[in-house]
Design a binder for this molecule. Structure first.
Ligand code: AMP
Ligand code: MG
Length: 483
């Protein structure tokens, strides 16, 4: 088969062998391409029109591989809902690292391509609905300017995969700056071989933080950098009302990209304790808990690096703790900055945090739509009944007074608001409806939704339909991971 432009140059397999297991993808029946991300393919310098459509389906399902693909599954561990487990790619398979002419190195990975040595009791398969969901939400996140893995394609197979009910099988092709996770470091640390940990640190620093190679304490600086990237990521999630749903340490990347779109969803009626995932019974991963969980995960990450931070365990622990303790203040600074952008505020004022918290309090009591409230404040459109409320009116008066201290033009204020407040997010009810239709073989709603979420900060006639919050009868209260 002709190569449409994949340029595989693998480096991960130069790591010690415990980090991966070579394995080929399973052959699937009748692969059919449902979604192909032409925009992403172009960014990756891949031209699928160079191969015939049935060959595309064969390639993106794993039925045919290119000679340059040396496929393997990655080993990792992780804390799942607080408990440590050995995991690994149980239903994912690395095809290799694709190198673009501009020097980008991208992991290309199948999700749902069959059993691997890490599958445990799972079937190694994925089903169509959740893979389409990952495609839509990850592409929405990218368009919202939030670091994320991307989705190149979803292929449907004619295999029947058993979940709560028999469902159509699917293979998603995921693209990431790497799939190295906090859990990968936990796996290396659990091996108790410092050599393995050191190899992983050197590899990861070279790949993601090469500027740290000359630092006096590489492991410590690495920890700081990963923490900063995670703070940036979580701040962005909070900006758009995103609830990841499964912030286990194996689902936290070292690059700072969002990964593993399972039962994730966007908040519509605001409540800080919002949880969608059907398996998150105690609300561990609720909207407002995401920063504290990120800090908890980073503490687990720091533990893996101790032996590389200092030979003396007490000294190592002290230095790592000092960094992790900085998280709350750094996160708060980042969050405050972001929320001020959402409200169009410049400069510092000691009352800013209070002003923001008052708004969130009112939004909670009014069950205000998270996305639309900020858009309404931005455009000063207070037609909605919920704004005819004394508490809100008083708050808005305070906002106006605060804006007088901006010392910047109204248009500058409007600009930062527009850049930070999306019109369109993949609303749960729109997404569920599109997925239900797709399950019946009608992909038109799904494709329309994708075209709309690709321009979240622009509004036109088509996208306006997607800005409406759900009716009571349309509300989605629970999401499922579908693994
Ligand atoms: P996730 O909840 O998707 O982050 O997955 C957690 C772990 O379960 C990972 O090690 C996955 O590879 C594994 N896993 C999820 N679904 C399956 C499946 N269908 N077959 C085998 N392993 C799976
Ligand atoms: Mg995972």
């Amino acid at each position: 088969m002709k190569n449409p432009g994949f340029n595989f140059k693998n480096t991960y397999t130069s790591l010690p062998e415990i980090f991966f297991k070579e394995i080929r993808p399973c052959v699937v029946k009748k692969p059919e391409i449902i979604l192909l991300n032409e925009d992403l393919a172009k960014e990756m310098e891949i031209n699928f029109s160079l191969i015939k459509s049935d060959e595309r389906a064969m390639l993106l399902s794993g039925n045919k591989t290119l000679p340059s693909m040396k496929t393997f599954a990655q080993a990792y561990s992780g804390h799942q809902f607080g408990y440590f487990t050995n995991l690994g790619d149980g239903r994912a398979l690395m095809l290799g690292e694709h190198l673009t002419k501009s020097g980008l190195r991208l992991d290309i990975q199948f999700k749902g391509s069959g059993k691997t040595p890490f599958s445990r009791h799972g079937d190694g398969k994925a089903v169509l609905g959740p893979m389409l969901r990952e495609y839509v939400v990850s592409e929405a996140m990218n368009a919202l300017n939030i670091p994320t893995t991307r989705s190149l394609s979803v292929v449907k197979t004619s295999e029947v995969v058993f979940r709560e009910s028999p469902q159509a099988g699917a293979v998603l092709t995921r693209v990431a700056s790497s799939h190295i996770r906090v859990g990968t470091f936990q796996f290396a640390a659990a091996s108790r071989e410092k050599m393995f940990l050191k190899a992983l640190l050197n590899y990861t620093v070279n790949r993601h933080y090469p500027e740290l190679n000359t630092s006096n304490n590489k492991a410590l600086e690495f920890l700081k950098n990963v923490m900063n990237n995670q703070i940036n990521l979580i701040t962005n999630w909070m900006r758009v009302g995103f609830v990841h749903g499964v912030m286990n340490t194996d689902n936290m990347t070292i690059s700072g990209e969002t990964i593993d779109y399972g039962p994730c969803a966007f908040v519509d009626n605001y409540h800080p304790k919002t949880v969608y995932s059907s398996v998150d019974h105690d609300g561990r991963y609720a909207f407002e808990n995401q920063p504290i969980i990120a800090q908890w995960n980073l503490a687990r990450f720091a533990e893996t690096l101790l032996s590389l931070i200092d030979e003396n365990p007490n000294k190592a622990l002290k230095q790592a703790e000092e960094i992790i303790k900085l998280f709350p203040a750094l996160y708060k600074e980042s969050w405050l900055k972001m929320m001020k952008c959402k409200l169009g505020l410049f400069n510092e004022n000691f009352n800013d945090e209070k002003l923001i918290l008052e708004l969130l309090d009112w939004m909670t009591s009014a069950s205000a739509d998270y996305t639309n409230t900020f858009k309404d404040i931005e455009s000063e459109n207070f037609e909605n009944e919920i704004y005819k409320n004394l508490k809100f009116k008083n708050w808005h008066k305070k906002l106006k007074e605060r804006k007088n201290l901006n010392k910047r033009s109204t248009s500058e204020s409007l600009k930062i608001m527009k850049e930070n407040n999306p019109y369109v997010i993949p609303r749960n009810h729109n997404l569920e409806f599109a997925l239900k239709e797709a399950d019946q073989g009608n992909y038109s709603h799904l494709k329309k939704l994708i075209s709309v979420i690709k321009k979240p900060y622009k509004i036109d006639k088509v996208s306006k339909k997607y800005t409406l919050p759900p009716l009571n009868s349309e509300k989605i209260l629970q999401t499922f991971c579908g693994t």
